[in-house]
Design a protein around this ligand. Structure first.
Ligand code: GN1
Ligand code: MG
Length: 367
């Protein structure tokens, strides 16, 4: 494996002499490695083998990422920022391509490792949540004037109508016979079907606008700086044209959870209102200037929407026999389903309060 990794890395134009390549992190989708180079002067890099079961158009994906990072860097430069730390830098091969396809049709990509960053798996303070909200808010604001369309490399990604289509098919097939024990869980999904479709209709008919979106804004997809401020939004695999509400909603799903995404102890899981408030304040401070009234009206709802979608996706993958998400045990996707459902019900209980917070900051910050 090491030889393979060294061979792949050698296809790219990199600075410095490679010292080592080791696995990094615990992504659910891609395989990720850290390339370290000799000496202090040359940068380190992140190497990824993209999951081509999920990303069927890696050239399209990387093209999207190049467009988005170029747009971000132009904005950061104009504002006097550090373009090498505040946006991702994609490395290219000797041929100038942002990916290398090997003889097995595996697709490999490299980006610069941003030095001295801090990442978190949980938002353990309101200050951190505020910084995260600011980070995603800035990301969206810098991309708000990007008119060039992105390639739709994941059709229907946060589109609940598309998810129901997959869901109905998987349930009809029940390929590993798990459905019979899941009546309660299936009902959790079915009982909210209409409510979720109604929201998505507003996106489909343009009442809620389509913009450039990240689509995977959980807390470990943003780097923080040593002083605790937001530094750089990473993991741009899913940048797409969609509604920015999903980026806010997915962040809320991740940041506000007092437990783990796959917590076995449901007593740990709930939505933390203080974290919700801090993130919302940081986020709206950056986005209030361009968000429409409709977007603000559905901001709090989007947290429920994305958490619901995640319940559906985890449960669907469990019923399907665990083909999508990497699992650590046979029941892992079911554990995830239960934990996300607990979070959803906690959001439902606090929904009125969530809306109040959004309204309060919308008024204060636009005044
Ligand atoms: C996946 O790759 P990762 O862990 O950042 C998934 C997200 C899910 C998330 C659940 C392309 O993200 O949509 O919300 O897991 N990404 C894809 O934690 O499906
Ligand atoms: Mg990630």
């Amino acid at each position: 494996m090491k030889d393979k990794l060294f061979d792949v890395a050698s296809r790219f134009v990199l600075e410095g002499k490679i010292e080592d390549i080791k696995p990094l992190g615990e992504g659910f989708i891609n395989d990720t490695f850290l390339i370290t180079t000799e000496g202090e002067e040359s940068p380190n890099y992140i190497l990824q083998r993209k999951n081509t079961n999920i990303f069927k158009d890696v050239p399209g994906m990387m093209g999207n990422i190049q467009k988005v990072t170029a747009h971000l860097k132009a904005k950061i430069k104009a504002a006097g920022g550090d373009t090498s730390r505040e946006a991702m830098t994609i490395n290219v091969t000797e041929e100038g391509l942002p990916y290398f396809a090997d003889e097995n049709n595996d697709y490999w990509t490299i980006c610069m490792f941003i030095k001295d960053n801090i990442t978190y798996e949980a938002a353990d303070s309101p200050e951190l949540a505020f910084a995260g909200g600011k980070g995603i808010g800035k990301f969206q604001a810098m991309l708000a004037d990007m008119k060039e369309p992105l390639v739709d490399i994941l059709p229907g990604f946060h589109n609940i109508r598309f998810r129901f289509k997959q869901w109905d098919e998987v349930l009809a097939n029940d390929p590993v016979g798990r459905k019979k024990d899941l009546q309660k869980e299936i009902e959790w999904v079915e009982s909210r079907r209409e409510e979720m479709l109604k929201f998505w209709e507003l996106v489909e008919n343009g009442t809620i606008p389509t913009r450039v979106t990240h689509n995977d804004t959980k807390i470990n997809n943003i780097l923080f700086d040593q002083d605790g401020s937001d530094l750089c939004v990473i993991d741009l695999d899913t940048v797409l044209n969609s509604t920015v509400l999903n980026d806010y909603g997915d962040a809320m799903r991740s940041y506000t959870n007092t437990g783990l995404e796959d917590d076995e102890n449901l007593d740990n899981v709930s939505m933390d209102m203080e974290i919700f408030t801090a993130y919302t304040k940081g986020y709206l401070g950056e986005t209030i200037s361009f968000l429409t009234e409709k977007e603000l009206e559905y901001l709090a709802f989007s947290a429920k929407y994305i958490t619901y979608e995640q319940v559906l996706r985890f449960l669907m993958d469990y019923i399907d026999g665990d083909n999508y998400y990497k699992v650590k045990s046979p029941e892992h996707n079911l554990v995830r389903t239960h934990a996300q459902y607990k979070l959803l019900t906690s959001m439902e209980e606090q929904f009125e309060e969530m809306n109040k917070v959004v309204n309060q900051y919308s008024k204060e910050l636009s005044a």
